[in-house]
Design a protein around this ligand. Structure first.
Ligand code: FMN
Length: 448
């Protein structure tokens, strides 16, 4: 572990909050869901707190039970592009699917955003678990998880090579000789693979970060493998310490097995926080949210994750979600998580739905700012996390509460920056900027 190891904090911004009932709180402004002013405000709060990055999810299909809560209705890429203009330092992470995009278009967009944001762009690469998306993209059926991850690996490899298709020094700009670029500084791919044929090079010159940062968010076996191969930061839902530690050491070992440096791949479990002046006040705040949950919505989500319909079960009966069988749910890691929760605790169906309402299995911390800081540090110092993906239950209030009350404690303990040291997301994350020059390419070619 490096000396002075620092926490990395990312904010997951989901419309008016991750908690399924956040929109029903009296103070929530419904219009915020699609209002750019709301998102500008959130980005500024996160930047005031010196967080590493803000992040938006992507689900290219209207979810079922959309009548029960607002959804991630705005395209995340357009959002971060707009927010790059009102922020200066914070990283900007947008999710995009490897199943419902093509590598060239995606590489081009993120490289462009890296220029537009002066080196703050990141892509959260997901395979899209929701089968209903297929019908929006002229696809007869939604590929199964293994097929999606196979396509994702080829997709990510191509995107990296497209980003590398321009040497850092390819633009010569020699007005005297009339040479704008050195043609030897740009490189074709001529990729012919199982899923894609891509000639390249990209038409976007090398971007400030060399490559935009790659995040990944799948926790199943193929998900972890893909992350170990390509990701530089990993989102994961881990509600308990020992499971989080097992995930952490498993993924870091896989990273090492791919010949990569484990310290350059950050594992960021989700953390949803209810913060109060006292423990009781924080507990009452959490109950305020949970009292507004709708069992119909929670049951639909539980069915989506486990494949099991619990709507005929009594809400006050104890529930035990069985382990995944051969006919696995398409949300493997989330199913395992709910199974584990009901196997290790005695919960009624109502209690389970309330428990899942804040973060659908992400970890929840309820308490005073000191208690929240303590639990963050405990995971950070005990091999479970390199930082956290903050998942505020309500926006902007829960994000403000964290930035104003918890960040200063972490700063005082010397574990979190008091100001940005660099200007790019790679610098915030302590990641090297990949360099490709004609000299380095010649060197590699000579070595081969
Ligand atoms: C914090 C976090 C954010 C995620 N965001 C998205 C998203 O925006 N879109 C998506 O399709 N999947 C997203 N995922 C991934 C899915 O939840 C799910 O893990 C995955 O699609 C199923 O693959 P797995 O079984 O490998 O985990 C996210 C996961 C985490 C932990």
């Amino acid at each position: 572990m490096p000396k002075n190891r620092q926490l990395h904090l990312n904010a997951f911004l989901r419309n008016v909050g991750q908690h399924e009932a956040a929109w029903r709180l009296p103070e929530t402004r419904i219009a915020s869901v699609t209002d750019i002013e709301h998102y500008r405000n959130l980005a500024r709060i996160a930047e005031k707190g010196k967080l590493d990055a803000i992040f938006f999810a992507d689900h290219p299909v209207l979810k079922d039970r959309a009548q029960d809560r607002p959804w991630d209705s705005l395209d995340p890429f357009t959002l971060i592009a707009a927010l790059s203009g009102v922020t200066e330092r914070i990283g900007l992470v947008a999710t995009a699917s490897t199943t419902y995009n093509d590598p060239y278009g995606l590489a081009r967009r993120f490289a462009t955003l890296d220029h537009v944001s002066k080196g703050r762009a990141a892509w959260n690469a997901v395979t899209t678990a929701n089968a209903a998306a297929a019908a929006n993209f002229s696809l007869g059926h939604h590929p199964d998880p293994d097929a999606r991850y196979e396509r994702a690996a080829e997709f990510l490899d191509i995107v990296n090579r497209l980003w590398d298709s321009w040497d850092d020094d390819a633009i010569v700009g020699d007005k005297g000789s009339g040479t704008f670029i050195d043609p030897d500084g740009i490189h074709r791919l001529d990729h012919h693979g199982k899923h894609f044929d891509v000639a390249g090079p990209l038409e976007v010159p090398r971007s400030p970060q060399g490559r935009p940062v790659v995040f990944q968010a799948g926790s199943s076996e193929p998900g972890k493998d893909l992350a170990a191969r390509f990701a530089e930061a990993i989102f994961t839902a881990q509600p308990v310490l020992d499971e989080a530690q097992a995930f952490y050491s498993d993924v870091k070992a896989r990273v090492r097995a791919y010949g990569r440096d484990p310290e350059k791949v950050h594992i960021l479990p989700g953390l949803s926080t209810f913060i109060g002046g006292t423990e009781e006040e924080a507990g009452r705040l959490q109950e305020t949210f949970e009292d507004l949950t709708l069992p119909t919505y929670g049951l639909a989500q539980l069915k989506r994750v486990t494949g099991i319909d619990y709507s005929s079960h009594d809400l006050d009966d104890v529930v035990r979600v069985p382990a995944r069988g051969e006919l696995a749910s398409d949300q493997k890691s989330r199913h395992d998580l709910v199974h584990h929760l009901t196997a290790t605790e005695t919960l009624t169906l109502r209690q389970l739905l309330r428990r899942l309402s804040a973060g659908r299995g992400h970890r929840i911390a309820t308490g005073t700012p000191e208690q929240i800081a303590d639990t963050i540090v405990h995971w950070f110092e005990n091999g479970a996390a390199d930082g956290f993906n903050l998942i505020p239950p309500a926006l902007p209030t829960s994000l403000e509460a964290f930035v104003d009350n918890v960040v200063p404690i972490l700063q005082k303990r010397g574990l979190f920056r008091t100001d940005y040291e660099g200007t790019t997301l790679r610098e915030h994350l302590g990641l090297d900027r990949p360099t490709v020059t004609r000299a380095s390419r010649t060197f590699v070619a000579a070595a081969e």
